[in-house]
Design a protein around this ligand. Structure first.
Ligand code: NDP
Length: 476
């Protein structure tokens, strides 16, 4: 990490000095030590990067599918080679436990690239509609704005789609976790992508992020982050009628049907809530159980939570690290205090709150029962290790509760009868549903209904999000 060119930005295929003179300090949220400083770029650096991307665009847009596939494969290989370093960097910049970082923070991007490779031909295929030939072309220059919770994955999801679609891209990573993007840029520098197809400009949302969003040279803004910022990005991009792709928050549910294996379902539901200390857009932070089995479910939840002792994220045995920043800790504690005031009952995690490490932005996990469906805990994204358990009295009520938020990102449904689970899954207004614990598919479309976002990422749909469609009417 010390060898990364952190004083530079990556523009036009080389590391270059930024115009910005200020820097942003990056803190390790476990030790609270500063582990790096990156440039605090403003509009001028963004303009330079967008210019470089525009110059690279015609050449890359004309590249054949083999050349694009070769670039994606080379990137995949580069990520695999430096997987340990990538995992360690993510752990140090945002606090994810190292075992999770290896498997997901650094492992998932590899699977994401596999998904793009598998779907590249289908994503770019032309079709006939009557006397028209319908062709797919790159949308142009993509402005990619990413958050801190899965910093590498979110960057790779956008870069892979851009490279596959034939676009050029400017990435602005989160100011909290930009270091893994530097490592990623170093890898990309070594794969022979034409200069300017990928550019990295770190900075703050209010400056670099806004500049990228309003720049005339950007054709599409691909944003992942909070609902509030997503609304601002969408509104700002609308001024130049830019396309926007928004991956926002969630309040996802684990729905346990009465005939399900309750222990397995609840164990999975609790783990799904505490994933990455709850800092996951698809975190299943609501557990819906049949009223008659509520007490049984709470016992299982308590037993699972006991394993999530907050600890050093660099220890391979740690399941729960610190939150990513002091600000995030404050936001989560405010949600917890609000839950207690609202009359919800904490049923797990109290003992863990007494043994938190003295340094670091730690929050103990907590599980809450007697949560009113209209309360903020049941409806708002907490983005911390906090689970709300709600009891229901019949399948219709379960579905209605699951759908009763402004979000619509993900869910999981459990039943002994898979057809029944699938039927319930179809009634949920969300972008993805795991049936009976089926695992994440990095080639399947990912995105949200309702205020969880606009558009889809990953696989064929992710590449197509970065394309325009043109109809050529052909005579006779
Ligand atoms: P944001 O949504 O504000 O940040 C996401 C990205 O957008 C960052 O790169 C940020 O820059 C950038 N950004 C911020 N403001 C603007 C803007 N006006 N125009 C363009 N880009 C902008 O998330 P935060 O990090 O502030 O986290 C706040 C809350 O959002 C969290 O508590 C959590 O609840 C939620 N969140 C949800 C995520 C999800 O995946 N659902 C992901 C991250 C956060 P920078 O941070 O560098 O200033």
């Amino acid at each position: 990490m010390n060898s990364l060119p952190l004083r530079s930005i990556y523009v036009g295929g080389r590391w270059t000095a930024p115009r910005a003179t200020g820097t942003i300090a990056v803190e390790n949220p476990a030790t609270q030590r500063i582990i790096g400083e990156v440039p605090d770029c403003g509009s001028e650096d963004v303009w330079t990067a967008v210019d470089a991307a525009r110059r690279a665009l015609p050449g890359w847009a004309a590249a054949g599918i083999e050349e694009r596939a070769a670039a994606l494969s080379a990137l995949r290989e580069g990520l695999v080679k430096r997987q340990d370093e990538l995992a360690e960097t993510v752990t140090r910049e945002m606090g994810s436990p190292i075992t999770f970082s290896r498997r997901v923070q650094a492992g998932l991007p590899v699977r994401v690239l596999d998904g793009f490779l598998a779907e590249l031909a289908a994503a770019t295929a032309e079709e006939r509609v009557g006397h028209s030939l319908v062709v797919r072309e790159p949308v142009g220059v993509v402005g990619a704005i990413t958050p801190w919770n899965y910093p590498l994955h979110q960057a790779v999801a956008k870069i892979g789609a851009a490279v596959g679609a034939g676009c050029a891209l400017v990435l602005k990573p989160s100011e909290l976790a930009p270091l893994s993007s530097y490592l990623l840029a170093e890898i990309i520098d070594g794969i022979g992508l034409p200069p300017g197809v990928f550019n990295l400009v770190p900075g703050r949302g209010a400056t670099a992020g806004v500049a990228l969003t309003v720049d005339d040279g950007v054709d599409l803004v691909s944003f992942t982050g909070s609902l509030e910022t997503g609304r601002a990005v969408g509104a700002a991009a609308a001024r130049t009628v830019k396309k926007t792709s928004l991956e926002l928050g969630g309040k996802s549910a684990t729905l346990v049907l009465p005939d399900a294996d309750l222990v397995t379902a609840v164990e999975d539901g609790v783990r799904g809530a505490l994933l990455n200390a709850g800092q996951t857009c698809t975190a299943r932070t609501r557990l819906l159980v049949p009223r008659a089995r509520l007490d049984e479910a709470l016992d299982v939840a308590r037993a699972v939570v006991a394993d999530y002792v907050p600890g050093d994220p660099e220890d391979p045995a740690t399941l729960l690290g610190p939150l990513a920043s002091a600000g995030q800790r404050e936001r989560v504690l405010a949600h917890v205090a609000q839950a207690a005031r609202s009359g919800a009952r904490q049923v797990a995690g109290q003992d863990l709150a007494n043994g938190l490490p003295h340094t670091g932005h730690y929050v103990a996990p907590s599980v809450w029962a007697d949560v009113a469906p209209s309360s903020p805990l049941a409806r708002e994204e907490v983005f911390g290790p906090v689970l709300a358990v709600l009891a229901y009295d019949g399948e219709d009520e379960a579905v209605s509760l699951a759908n009763r938020t402004d979000y619509g990102l993900a869910a999981s449904v459990w039943s002994a009868d898979q057809d029944r689970a699938v039927a319930v899954a179809r009634r949920l207004r969300v972008g993805q549903v795991d049936v009976n614990g089926a695992k994440f598919n990095a080639a399947a479309p990912f995105g949200g209904y309702k205020q969880s976002g606009v558009g889809r990422e990953l696989g064929r749909h992710g590449i197509q999000e970065f394309q325009e469609v043109k109809s050529l009417q052909l005579p006779g």
